[in-house]
Design a protein around this ligand. Sequence first.
Ligand code: SUO
Length: 444
Amino acid sequence: MKQFEANFDGLVGPTHNYAGLSFGNVASYSNAAQASNPKGAAKQGLQKAKALADLGMVQGVLAPQERPDLYTLRRIGFNGTDAEVVQKAAKQAPTLLNACCSASSMWTANAATVSPSADTRDGKVHFTPANLVDKLHRSIEPLTTGNILKATFNNDRHFKHHLHLPEHANFGDEGAANHTRLCSDYGKAGVELFVYGQSATNPNAPKPAKYPARQTLEASQAVARLHQLEDESCVFMQQNPAVIDQGVFHNDVISVGNQNVLFYHEQAFLDTEAKFAEIRRKMNAEVHFVKVSTEQVSIDDAVKSYLFNTQIITLPNGEMAIIAPTDCQENPAVFAYLNELTTLGTPIKQVKYFDVKQSMQNGGGPACLRLRVAMNEQEVAAVNQHTLMNDVLFGRLNTWVDKHYRDTLTVADLADPQLIIESRTALDELTQILKLGSVYQFQK
Ligand SMILES: NCCC[C@H](NC(=O)CCC(=O)O)C(=O)O
């Protein structure tokens, strides 16, 4: 049976904006209060997704969330009509309104952790939405994320959907951004590498001093239990707290893997050699650890260019390609490194650049924009086919964006009650295009 690794990219929502909500995420902070371009952002995302489909990859899309989130605003005491709720929040607590308007669900690497059927004891593909408790604006995503995942992977025989972990800092979970699956072949049992920022229950364990560690060891262990993974196929590895303090807020800002390749910065982890030995032993197959030294690329350049927030994909001809943001071309050290990388004799043979600047300005590169789901042919056939990218869907989604999205949006515009209507109208139509049923609160 054929095996694939599908990418499900998050559609950028109509309220995409720069509100500076993510402490520890350098781009989010430094671009706070700039005007955004929701239409441009959505189109950049669609271009990347379509290009991967055109390369012969299985490519899907995940619907965005309903924003402004009127339900959260009402839950915290703002009342009246929808327009009054938004206007009262804008006046009394603008930062709460901003949190309830973020289009952050576009970064589907944080939507969930996914374990393919080859790794799980019951032979199903398991999904656990990330609780994202570290950031208020993201902590309101998981329930709707669960609805969208169930409507996209809507077959109980093949797909098992779990509830997100308890909403407590001890279980801080950021999903696939801190999870890498290494394998010799997508359809064969692999090693699931969970990278965490800190151990919540061990006060003496190393942790960052300045910025939050968003992922805990306890959360990663809970996901591994839920997904019915064997101990012998899991590795838990700690991120280097010193790089978290330099803006590496998720592991996918400092390392990325695909099949038997782990591409990483030498400062990414703690206890690197011992953990790599454990990976080698558990893989029982050749692993290429492609190391980038500080001399080649500094942490600062890695964070600015998102060299490691690239997607490594296996093309239908078996060669690997890196999908990189154009920001990597603009950084001399990183561009020189990538030009050299394809000549080093590793499985990575080409680099393709995409302009995803609207997302980058909020700290999300190509890898943040996608959730990977390794599946066999039967599982791909069991996916909601209306969410899979092709010429027709690409055309429909572009038309839909043109019809509903604004060219420019500022934080002040979030108080505009018209945005509620625009956003709901767009999402209602989207659920019909993708045949998702009712996934949003406003549709219930
Ligand atoms: N995986 C990439 C996630 C980026 C995301 N940025 C944000 O939420 C920025 C939102 C803002 O500042 O408007 C985050 O930090 O979780």
